[in-house]
Design a protein around this ligand. Sequence first.
Ligand SMILES: [Zn+2]
Length: 148
Amino acid sequence: MTHLTSSTADDRRPVPQPDEITRFYWDGAAAGRLLMQKCLSCGKLQFPPDVCCLSCQSEHFGHAEVSGRGSIYSYAVVERPLHAGFVDALPYVIALVELDEQSGLRLVANLLDATPGTRLSCGQPVEVVYEKREGITLPQFRLVEVSR
Ligand SMILES: [Zn+2]
């Protein structure tokens, strides 16, 4: 498990606000665990957390820890900020990561080690890292160099 601290006193980037549906996810991240909602009726993993299962509409969930390994499903290089807090981070990469545990189980995160000039392509393996920022821990991703 890798923890990074990227926050400074004048960090103006907004951070997520956990609520009763998402708190388990953020608490898991703070403990270095990537947790997904798991439907107790059909067994599907789900992200982002929601009030009911998008597969079977059940409202009964547990949580399951996943490996944090996956691959780039899609990505974008952000060169113009959509929020003033991200100006100093430009350019940065947002990746849609498909986790290894389930086809279609995807989450959006930053790809932290993709500096300008880094060759990126869909399907590249990535792994989770945890970035501490402003009192919350964000699951982010980095490229995995070795082939799996
Ligand atoms: Zn279900």
